[in-house]
Write a protein that binds this ligand. Sequence first.
Ligand code: NAP
Length: 314
Amino acid sequence: MTPLRPTPIRLALVGLGKIARDQHLPSIAADPRFELVAVVSRNAEMDGMAQFTDLADLLASDVVAVDAVALCTPPQPRHALAHQALAAGKHVMLEKPPGATLSEVEDLRRAAAERGLTLQATWHSRYAVGVEPARQWLAERAVKAVRINWKEDVRVWHPGQDWIWRAGGLGVFDPAINALSIATAILPRPFFLAKGVLHVPENCQSPIQAELDFHDAAGAPIRAELDFLQTGPQSWDIEVDTDDGQLKLTHGGAKLYIDGQLIQEGPDREYPGLYDAFARLIADGASEVDVSPLRHVADAFLLSERVAAPAFIE
Ligand code: NAP
């Protein structure tokens, strides 16, 4: 007799913007452990799918039942949405960053634990193919210096995303938090911000460029240069000098070089990796909430100098 396949996790997706369409929808469709049963969107439509304009209406619905929600909105409304979903007994996947503040995320962690639900704070870049081998290679070496260069053209990658420039939108830290999610995963010692400069356009609330100087617990310098105005070649690179050679992650962690030699590259498996982890967490009754990348961003906002930059006109 063929064994029965387990019932898929009935999932609703909230916020049908760029990342939901580019990554979440294909990853859900490819994973038999999930069934997309509804979308919550104030504007967009999806053919043949149960649709709600408000998460509260979906949660109150006696027509569509869901087990879990994936929140693909910007960070500002994330806490209220996640809280609603957890209160209604649903497992929750949070896009990065997991909230607009650290306190919000702590509140969600507590709410999920109290109810025995899964809360997953996702860091998709940690699933890039070079990241885990980089962590393993660095675990056996002494780090001497780190350079993070995260430089992309906001007009190409985030067209029309006004929320990025508002309070809580993070500006250049919206992509650069991915670098911090990799650095916190691969570097063997914790690191701390010493000083920083944030360049904030006069018509925006969040920075368009930043330079940050961290050091690790043994004093090794970590320099991060973040730029949202990079035209021409884009860079999502981390270089680590050690006592035994140089490691370089490029393309956001998709390629790993040791002493200039390509060691690892592969197809993009970041979002399938996130959904695999979500399914496993739900099966195990566990949560995964690491706020360390968001804490570094909060530290940057606490400690850095602010410099006025020209107005940003898209
Ligand atoms: P986006 O294209 O602007 O889409 C966000 C969607 O969220 C909107 O289309 C909107 O969808 C919904 N929404 C709900 N409340 C909103 C509010 N108060 N303001 C604006 N939109 C609201 O943004 P995105 O690029 O998909 O990014 C969403 C999240 O994913 C961000 O936290 C971002 O850091 C993360 N992320 C983005 C990327 C990327 O490459 N773009 C990659 C990884 C992670 P409805 O009209 O359907 O309600």
